[in-house]
Design a protein around this ligand. Sequence first.
Ligand code: MG
Ligand code: ZN
Length: 547
Amino acid sequence: MRLRFSAPLSVLFSASLSALFFALLLALFSVLSCSAAVSNGEDKPAGVRNIILLIGDGMGPAQFGLLESYARRAPNSIYQGRPTAVSQLMQQGKVLLSDTGPHDVLVTDSACSATQLAIGEASGSEMIGLNARGDSVETILQKAKRAGMRTGLVSDTRITHATPAAFAAHQPHRRFENEIAADLLTTAPDLMLSGGLRYFLPQDAANISTEQQKKISAAQLTLKSKRTDQRNLLSEAQQQGYALAFSREQLAQQQHLPVLGLFASSAMDDAIYASQNPDSIQPDLNELTRKALQLLGASEHGFFLMVEGGQIDWAGHNNDAGALLHELLRFDAAIQEVVNWAAGRDDTLVVLTADHETGGFGFSYSAHDVPAARTLPGNGMRGQAFAPNYNFAPLSLLDRLYAQKKGYYRLWADASSNGKKGLPTADSLMAEVNAALDFPFSRTQAERVLRRDPNPHFDPQTDDPAGATQPHIEDFSDFYVYREERYLNALARELASAQSVVWSTGTHTAAPVPVVISGPEPILQNFQGFTQHAKLGHQLKALIKTD
Ligand code: MG
Ligand code: ZN
């Protein structure tokens, strides 16, 4: 009891302060109630019918900038003067900035950040659906379900991955993907569309029904399981009433909820690959989103839908600028589906945000390849040439980034297929990079990328001997934590000067992220200024009425 030792005067003072605070709170509350869209006869703001939450994983302010710069300023932009879906949403609603940080530290991961949005409370690093104390807390999706709304999760990663998991599972760590898969069926959103089949198949994956086998093989997916038990979650889902879909065609046939769509063994295809294979068996994110809106939109009592552009983050971790652009374009195409669907409606709140920034990405000016002096016709030049001291990054870079034909993951795997011990040779790497990117790449650069150093964090007592060395990173080495993927970061460093791109990390930064929020005006009034993800989640959850 802290008051016990306080002087009487300060007790009185704090008592009158609390009275004042309480009065202010009451005043604020009545203002909020008056401004509500529809009065429901109670002293609380009205809810909305539908909530659509769009999460660009790793989509910090500079990533929003890359999408807009490309769309508006690339000489050969595929947008051809059309606005991005992101900027259409911005035009309709308002934009806030939000601190994504967890309870007790500065930088967040996707599990914690999505959890904070989902439960509306501070959470801890790498937790799924738990608050900072470790308690399970009802998520916005679970609350929506309790309120009789339909619910859905869509992601281009896998359904058991941190971001979708945080809305329908409760686990102490994001790595428990088998347990997350089981939790997903316990929570039972009406619609789940993503990858991650391997967490739903029994350990002996051959022990599934003939009908399941037929559908999976029609989708050309492998029958590989990550489970360590014999639970067949596909059968369990079917017993709960779910229809199963594993391919674009099988998804198209679905006309009723609930639906479980698992379109990849693990992660779904990356955006570059997906855009080059439009007739692929696997549906792309915009199609998943369209289908989700078609099925959920028919709901009598509204719906909650979360759609994730999840591989923006992966391109960021790899420091892969061309892939980053393509992931942003894919997410924007999915957002366009939402914007089209919500057009003219006054009952739907659309919220677009990120869980954090990834990579510390930015275009930057440099001393590399400074353009030659030019003569300008303007009358202020006094006969002087136009001759900036540095290379300020020409707009043509945007087209050259767009021209990238493979993401670094796939490029590396392809370069490795001819190499020794699963690694590329300098020659195979040089050939792959030159074939896939519009930025020349030399043998010397390839040799530099393939360097290895002793791993300073290696512990011979506990660690796998393979980890005694790691790919070389020149500086900030501790921020490149995904050991073998450091090769991709090293590749990015070699291309940085030519791309006028810098990266500050292989992980996440604490940059505040934009929140674009569009919907009924009275609801928008509750969202103001610089916010925080747990608070944002709390406000969204409060819009769902359960009584
Ligand atoms: Mg994610
Ligand atoms: Zn990440």
